[in-house]
Design a protein around this ligand. Structure first.
Ligand SMILES: Cc1cc2nc3c(=O)[nH]c(=O)nc-3n(C[C@H](O)[C@H](O)[C@H](O)COP(=O)(O)OP(=O)(O)OC[C@H]3O[C@@H](n4cnc5c(N)ncnc54)[C@H](O)[C@@H]3O)c2cc1C
Ligand code: FES
Length: 260
């Protein structure tokens, strides 16, 4: 993990409520693995000193980019950052996604909202390209379909209002597709809202396939010290606390003890 003063190269509306922020990060950029995140100090956010976590969308030798939606004070102030400004980043953080566990496994991506961005590097790196299921409230929430298709993924889209793809939740497209697969040979990678992750995790446990879930929790320190981000992880004796920032954010669905 490094801390780096990065310079904003590009900051623009990407689609709907989502913005793309690209920074020059020659130290952090080349180290990023799929599914890892950066912890960003929002410039000029004097009322709140805490950093905000964002998955790395793309990264290379020179820099990295994130895709983010405005949901509160931090992201609202982040909106006003301009090219040439300096942003303090910590990263890359977290475990990230593993590569395929078995030869000849068919990878499947399931994403909602910024989950598409969090899965992009994984989609690029995996040696086999399978199905990609993207869900959102409206067409505006479905990001980067063309980019995943260009990598060779078979993308299926669902929206709550039917404005793009099949009307309904992402499971409306995933379930019939899973019913036709050899589930021993399926490995699933997922990032998105917690109810979606739980739905995916429940199916993995019920049907016996492997699923890796990138858990979204509010984070304060981002490096395992404050326990803001804990979830319950199953153990032989019962359960233990696991930190999403350091032990995750990616966990095997089998490990997670969901709370109501
Ligand atoms: C590992 C990880 C990766 C992430 N990657 C991305 C990304 O690539 N793009 C993106 O848009 N967002 C991402 N997020 C969520 C992002 O960190 C939050 O949206 C952001 O911190 C909100 O900051 P804020 O100050 O604007 O909102 P706050 O004022 O802190 O909160 C505003 C509202 O957002 C909710 N909120 C705050 N933090 C989170 C959170 N982590 N998850 C869900 N709701 C939250 C609050 O409960 C509140 O309702 C990620 C979160 C994690 C844990
Ligand atoms: S955010 Fe502090 S332990 Fe995870």
């Amino acid at each position: 993990m490094n801390q780096e003063k990065t310079t904003v190269l590009e900051h623009r509306v990407f689609q709907g409520d989502y913005r793309l922020l690209r920074v020059a990060a020659p130290i952090i950029g080349p180290q990023v693995k799929p599914g890892q995140f950066v912890h960003l100090r929002v410039p000029r956010l004097e009322q709140a000193v805490l950093r905000r976590p964002f998955s790395v969308f793309k990264a290379d030798e020179e820099g990295l980019s994130i895709l983010y939606a405005t949901v509160g004070m931090g992201t609202e102030v982040l909106n006003s950052v301009e090219s040439g400004e300096v942003i303090d980043l910590m990263g890359p953080l977290g475990t990230g996604f593993p590569t395929l566990g078995k030869d000849k496994t068919l990878p499947v991506l399931v994403a909602g909202g910024y989950g598409n961005a969090a899965l992009y590097l994984q989609a690029k790196n995996l040696p086999i390209k399978g199905g990609a299921f993207f869900g959102g409230r409206t067409a505006q929430d479905i990001l980067c379909v063309g980019e995943f298709e260009a990598l060779g993924w078979d993308v299926r889209v669902t929206t709550d209002d039917g404005s793009l793809g099949t009307k309904g939740l992402v499971t409306a497209a995933l379930d019939p597709w899973l019913a036709e697969q050899d589930l021993d040979a399926v490995e699933l990678f997922s990032c998105g809202p917690n109810p979606m992750l739980k739905a995916v995790g429940d199916r993995a446990l019920e049907k016996g396939f492997t699923a890796w879930l990138s858990m979204d929790r509010n984070m304060a320190c981002g490096v395992g010290a404050c326990l803001t981000c804990v979830i319950k992880r199953k153990t032989e004796a019962g359960w233990e606390w696991a930190r999403c920032c350091k032990d995750g954010p990616v966990f095997n669905a089998e490990e997670i003890l969901w709370e109501d």
